[in-house]
Unconditional design. Structure first.
Length: 184
């Protein structure tokens, strides 16, 4: 797994790798993946949860208690629940977002898929996601999972990172190229 070596180079990657290895050994990759998806959605939906993750003012014990109380409400599996406790006790709760991304990549590789990072100015509709997946599958030669992000600063268009390839069709980049060309 070429990407997994790169993933393991970062702090979040090492945590994600440890979680993935445990989930694989316990045959719970899908359950942990669903729990991490629920956590990722909670980070998007709940300003309070996002602040809990980001705030350095919340003690390790308080973060562990908050995670323990949150786990049943989100329907998290036992492995992910225990993992959140470890993150809190080690003072690494702020790494949750990159850990989720790294775990998704490891799980995709395990299934023989690849992951593309996609940045758009506006959220993609379901039919656009399906069309993009189809085009990227043809380019990569295997199924592609999308990690989407909305960044209004690109003004429009799309930026796709697939492996080592980066396709930048954003309006911001096109305007920057035009400005450089006009300067001479």
């Amino acid at each position: 797994m070429e990407t997994s070596g790169g993933i393991r180079a970062s702090l979040a990657g090492r945590y994600a790798s440890a979680l993935f290895d445990l989930a694989r050994d316990k045959r719970q990759i899908d359950a942990v993946g669903k729990s991490l998806d629920a956590l990722g959605q909670a980070l998007l939906d709940s300003k309070d949860f996002a602040e809990l993750i980001a705030s350095p003012l919340i003690s390790r014990d308080d973060a562990a208690k908050a995670f323990a109380n949150l786990a049943p409400k989100l329907g998290l599996d036992p492995i992910t629940t225990n993992f959140l406790g470890v993150l809190a006790r080690n003072g690494r709760k702020s790494a949750l977002r990159p850990i989720i991304r790294a775990f998704r990549r490891l799980a995709s590789e395990h299934r023989g898929e690849t992951t593309a990072e996609v940045v758009t100015a506006h959220p993609l509709k379901d039919d656009q996601v399906a069309a993009l997946k189809k085009q990227l599958r043809a380019r990569a030669g295997r199924d592609v999972n999308l990690e989407t992000e909305v960044d209004p600063n690109i003004l429009g268009g799309i930026v796709v990172k697939l492996g080592s390839q980066r396709i930048d069709a954003s309006i911001r980049t096109k305007l920057n190229r035009l400005a450089s060309a006009m300067k001479g």
